[in-house]
Write a new protein. Sequence first.
Length: 635
Amino acid sequence: MQPGVSAPASRAGWIGAASAATAIAAYVVICLVAGVSVDVRERDSAILIFGALALIAVALVGWRRAMRRADAAVRALEEERTRHAQAEREVRDVSRARDLALVRERDRFRNDLSRQEARADGLERLHTAERRWHAALRDRIDGMHREEGGEGDIDRVREVLLGTSLELSGATKGILITRRRGDVGGHLDVVAAQGVPPAAGEAQAERFAAEPVPTGTVIREQGELGDTVVIPIPQRDRFHGVLVAAGRRGGFAEHDDAVLVALGEHLGAILQAERLSAELRESYVGALRMLAEAIDAKDPRLHGHSAEVARFAEAMGRRLEVEPDEQRLLSLASLLHDVGTVGVSERVLLKPGPLNAQEREVVEEHPRIGARVVAQVPGLRPLVPAILHHHERFDGTGYPNGLAGDEIPVPARLLAVADAFSAMMHDRPHRSARSVDEACAVLERGAGSQFDPEMVRLLVDEVRHDPGLVEDARREAAELDSIPLLGAGVGALTDNLTLLSSHRAFRDAVNRAAGTAEMTGVPFTVLLVRLLDLKRVNRRDGYAAGDDLLQTCARALDRLAVRIGATAGRDGGARLALLAPKTDERGARDLTAQVTGVMGAARAVRVTTAVWRPGDTGEALVRRALRRLAEPGAA
């Protein structure tokens, strides 16, 4: 209830009562003064007196109630005023806070905008400088190529790049240091210098070989060359070398790190592009010459063995954390390490017994022959040390030069271990294959005498850490049995549908096996599998279902081939084939049962075999197997 609403009625009541009481009191007083007797025992007097008293009591009660209501109204009014005042203060505070927040947001936005504008200006300056420096580098290199007919060698390119970099940075002296080609030990060479003594340059090369500069970091220092800046040169995000610039009046403070880092990246990209271009220009004629000489390699086992060696060497290279280019060189050296056997007679290579002194002399010439063949290709010359020295022994008793310990190049020490490990796990004319554990034990026994102990540890640890490495290498060697030397791809040597050896590749493998068997007297078996349901599946369910059937059977045959060390192929439309080494008539019967088992009872297949006999050619052996496959009673 709002204060004061009933106050007028209450006030009128007690005012009226008070007026009546006052009138009666005045009447009594007048009567007393006038001498009129007022006796309460008289009815009229009693009514008058007691009525007056009642009216006075009513007036007092009404007055009290009115006073309480008035007080309550006053208090309510004060509270209402207080609330209104508080609300007004809160509104003012909120408004003030909002204004302050807007001011602060405006100031922050202005500051951010200023910083962004300053950053954008700085980036624009950096990008302008970077573009200018890169354009200057490319223009100088392009000008050099124009002057020299596009045939400037890599050394000339390095000199031009160093001179241009020093000119752009304002330096008067400097050196360009890069990794050695084909080196996996982390060595650096001074490839160009200007105003720096050779001894100082070599000292800097040794320093940064031991402590490579992280990519994206610029070193500013006071050294023996004075105020110096060291700029890392990356290639494929890996440390490749440094540009050391010095002798700038006033120092290099005005050059931002970002611009100097970009200069190093441009140098790395240009050096890599120029090196690749130079190698391509020099290599294509020599590569044809090398391939013409290497294509007549006599030993049919060499390429499968080389593919295995390459796989093991790559695994060791990953453990050494060599650069991708160096890894590629290791792989190529592994594939080509026995290319020198082109100069060794088959009669010596495939001799079943021990070699005499004269024959051993001939065999020990193959590293020199291989090095001479590879050296004809300028782009492959970094492979020469590995190929030439992969038969050196750690104790110095190897060939061809009798090098020992650290005198043997690191790639050659690595290749020697991978080569020996692969060779031990395969049959050779003079011995049987060893198991993986046996081969590892032989390597460990030879550590420190025949082999570099560190390289032995790398390969043995890798084989034991990854047991599948050996099987993968064997499978890859089997699949690439006839791959060209430089890895040009299997092409027609692989059947596109089954991914087994193609008809031509399988027949070539049989011919090579027959030639080897003629020399060694060790028989082998050709097994043929015909899928009897293939035509029916093609007609009934479509060629996609037929292809699926053929691929399923091919995978089963391939898994068996890997397990027993055989070669699987597709010899015709519905005909798969298997070449199993060292298998006689009894082994052929066992092989037939294994093939029938892996194909599964649900598939209708016909399996037949032909075992090599003295005088058999590869073609004759396959024809015999085909005749048996066509016979009605074939298994």
